[in-house]
Design a protein around this ligand. Structure first.
Ligand SMILES: NC(=O)c1ccc[n+]([C@@H]2O[C@H](COP(=O)([O-])OP(=O)(O)OC[C@H]3O[C@@H](n4cnc5c(N)ncnc54)[C@H](OP(=O)(O)O)[C@@H]3O)[C@@H](O)[C@H]2O)c1
Length: 344
């Protein structure tokens, strides 16, 4: 077992952090968040040897679904001395893994029968059900860890299906890309059967840091989608900022030295928004919503004049105007979370 990937931790009591603390150093000017997520040489990590001393190391594991992600999962298990049985709808995708020591199952039923732990990672939940429905009875008494991405409701419905068939079920969300699997910087979120997670956590931690959210199998995907939404809205903000700068005849890269420091400052404000939401108090720290609503109008007008889409600032403006209309114009930005939830 790699000690570095086994640090027990706790995060405000919301989930159990069983993974590595990621060191956050950044390549962006004055920013300190991203570097910890840049893949190191994954080969160097996973080929550095098996997880010595781990009692689960020699237990067989089945991997169903050998796309980019399933292949990375299976490779990591093989590199850590687990006997691995694999199945994929297109069988040729198992060829390279078989060369590395995996056993190719001729059918899903044979794949399921080969191991107590079955890990599934296919395109979506519809594909997952089409693969697993016919072998539900064969899965009875086994542990199914599903790393397919979907919605929280799909995860909960899959868990009900598993319970009906006597399957110990853990749903997981992978907040990493395939080259990161096997590195401690990769983060996987889990929820569902605590017994199954505890039994297999040392194996699951081979894929990266593991956080267990408790019995609700939908929570990993709630957090996964929250993080992905955060990422894409940051992308969107940056892309529109570049569009505005270049529309003014400037080089895109001229934004970078300013954007790095700006993002770093913005990051320091965010935790307070969540704290305010939990406490129900939204103090104005010098930037009232009434003032910011006026600022958003300027943003909309400037973008329209430059030929840059203004949907995002127009939406923010509408949230701020609603807060003002509801009597919260003197509050701070975090009050908007209430308005966003009301609009549902
Ligand atoms: N790649 C990433 O960066 C990443 C990151 C986080 C999470 N994920 C999640 O991981 C899951 C797999 O992603 P991936 O990157 O491995 O995708 P992928 O490379 O496109 O592979 C898709 C897999 O699903 C299988 N599949 C699709 N439709 C099927 C069906 N109807 N019946 C049986 N099998 C079917 C494919 O089988 P065939 O080979 O026969 O087509 C293949 O094994 C997805 O839910 C994805 O959202 C991916």
């Amino acid at each position: 077992m790699r000690d570095a990937a086994r640090a027990e931790g706790d995060d405000g009591g919301h989930y159990r952090d069983r993974g590595t603390q990621v060191s956050h150093q950044c390549r962006l000017p004055a920013c300190s968040v991203v570097e910890g997520l840049i893949p190191r040489d994954r080969r160097e990590w996973i080929e550095s040897g098996p997880a010595h001393g781990d009692p689960m190391t020699n237990n067989p594991v089945t991997v169903i679904g050998l796309g980019a992600m399933g292949t990375a999962l299976a490779e990591t298990l093989l590199a850590n001395d687990h006997p691995v049985t694999v199945w994929n709808r297109s069988p040729e995708k198992a060829d390279a893994l078989v060369e590395k020591g995996a056993t190719r199952a001729d059918s899903v039923a044979a794949a399921v029968a080969a191991s107590e732990l079955v890990i599934a990672c296919v395109l979506d939940y519809a594909a997952l059900r089409s693969v697993l429905d016919p072998v539900a009875e064969k899965l009875r008494g086994r542990v199914l860890v599903n790393l397919t991405t979907g919605t929280p409701e799909q995860a909960r419905s899959m868990a009900s299906w598993a319970t009906e068939h006597g399957i110990d079920y853990v749903d997981g969300a992978i907040t990493a890309i395939p080259p990161m699997i096997g590195l401690p910087e990769s983060l996987l979120l889990y929820g569902g059967s605590e017994r199954a997670f505890d039994q297999w956590s040392s194996t699951l931690e081979l894929f990266g840091s593991a956080k267990f959210f408790g019995a609700d199998p939908g929570l990993p995907l709630v957090y996964d989608l929250a993080l992905l939404g955060l990422m894409y809205e940051v992308f969107s903000g940056y892309l529109h900022a570049v569009a505005l700068v270049t529309a003014a005849g400037q080089d895109a890269v001229s934004l970078n030295p300013l954007a790095g420091g700006w993002l770093n400052a913005v990051l320091t404000w965010l935790p307070e928004f969540a704290e305010n939401t939990d406490s129900g108090h939204h103090p104005d720290t010098g930037s009232s919503l009434a003032m910011q609503a006026r600022g958003m109008r300027h943003m909309v007008e400037a973008r329209v004049a430059a030929g840059v889409n203004a949907d995002a600032p127009a939406y923010m403006e509408s949230l701020m105007e609603q807060a003002v209309a509801e009597g919260h114009g003197a509050d701070g930005t975090s009050r908007l979370i209430d308005i966003i939830r009301k609009r549902g």
